[in-house]
Design a protein. Structure first.
Length: 379
């Protein structure tokens, strides 16, 4: 890269610690400010990571900041990104990109009008395990993917998050909150989605906050969005994938993602993480683990000695600024994330109406990120 881009972090909540911790691993950008509508939170992050503390207004006016990343609650992603674009900044956000297709299209139009870029997480699909799964798919080893399953299920967020109310309101729920990891990874593995259908519901009208460190422990949350969605995605390739997203499941035994090809089956690890174990089954059904390849975004750098894991949060942001510098599409670019929003909101609408929803957007599969390309993103 020729240039180094200044990044401003808008929102100093829980997820900002992840970005600020791992951003120094990557080349092409440096964090030049952190801001929050709650000054105490940005001041705390500033002291912790040694980056300048700013008000949101100061960040928008700061000429040293080229890209603003929104780590705010999902309900205000649209507002923050629009303000960044209006200020002449490229804009990137934590997932979900937007809460409606209309919002996503408006953001794309506003950025295009100013010659700016907009993109979003998740970037976990750039991890070593998922790029290795991508290489297996692209090699034809399991043949043409004809169908598959994806399961993202747990007992909910109120058991660990200190302030989980927003997870259970419109704009939250398992599809929009955790679903982006699964939907985006399916798109990068298989391609764009043609149409969807779904059934949805909620196990409980209220949820009790039980997180031990929550100041709201014991309080009840009214549920305002479906917490269980059983959907079916038909891809333009012809593949049909069942997607189940739920926060009403105490335990289950399903693999995160299974892809069924004409020559074999691919077991893909949890797309919420950068790494994981891949298993493949051949034409006889015999399973065997796949030896991890040497991919820099698959090397364990977090977790514990007994449970190591790879965490490269900010990889998508690094590719985003590299794409600006090189004049190429970003792997976490607007077309991909807009299509993912289309898929997820269509699933919710299908669950509400009982009707099949034909999508109005499409995208190219993001370019694969092989070991050499990944290495180029690192310092």
């Amino acid at each position: 890269m020729k240039n180094t881009y200044g990044v401003g972090v808008m929102g100093a909540g829980v997820i900002s610690g992840q970005y600020l911790s791992y951003a120094p691993l990557f080349a092409g950008f440096e964090v030049r400010g952190v801001a929050d509508i709650l000054p105490d939170r940005s001041a705390s992050r500033s002291a912790e990571f040694g980056v300048p503390d700013m008000t949101p207004e100061e960040m928008l006016k700061n000429d040293a900041i080229d890209v603003i990343i929104s780590l705010t609650p999902p309900a205000v992603h649209y507002q923050v990104l629009m303000e960044a674009i209006a200020a002449g900044k490229h804009a990137y956000t934590e997932k979900p990109f937007a809460l409606s297709l209309e919002q996503g299209k408006a953001l794309k139009q506003a950025a295009d009008a100013k010659g700016l870029r907009v993109g979003a997480a998740p970037d976990t699909f750039l991890g070593g395990a998922h790029q290795q799964a991508r290489s297996i798919v692209d090699s034809g080893e399991i043949g043409r993917i004809t169908s598959g399953t994806a399961f993202v299920m747990s007992r909910g967020m109120e058991h660990w998050h200190p302030n989980p109310d927003f997870f259970f309101q419109v704009g939250g729920g398992p599809v929009l909150d955790v679903g982006p990891y699964y939907v985006t990874n399916l798109i990068q593995l298989i391609g764009p989605v043609k149409r969807v259908t779904a059934f949805s519901g909620s196990a409980r009208a209220e949820r009790e906050i039980t997180a031990s460190d929550s100041p709201f422990k014991g309080q009840m949350i009214k549920v305002g969005t479906p917490t269980t969605i059983h959907g079916v995605l038909e891809f333009h390739s012809g593949a049909i994938v069942s997607l189940v997203a739920s926060w009403d499941v105490m335990s289950h035994g399903h693999s995160p993602i299974e892809l069924y090809g004409s020559k074999g089956t691919l077991y893909v690890p949890d797309p919420n993480f950068f790494g994981g174990e891949i298993t493949i089954a051949d034409g006889t059904g015999a399973k065997s683990p796949v030896a991890p390849w040497k991919h820099p975004l698959g090397v364990a750098n977090a977790g514990s000695a007994t449970a190591p894991r790879a965490n490269y949060r900010s990889a998508g942001l690094a590719d985003f600024v590299a794409a600006i510098d090189e004049g190429r599409p970003a792997r976490c670019g607007v077309d991909l994330v807009l299509h993912a929003v289309d898929v997820m909101t269509a699933l919710l609408l299908a669950g509400e109406t009982g009707e099949v929803q034909t999508l109005t957007t499409t995208c190219e599969r993001p370019a694969a990120l092989g070991p050499d390309e990944a290495k180029a993103l690192l310092r």
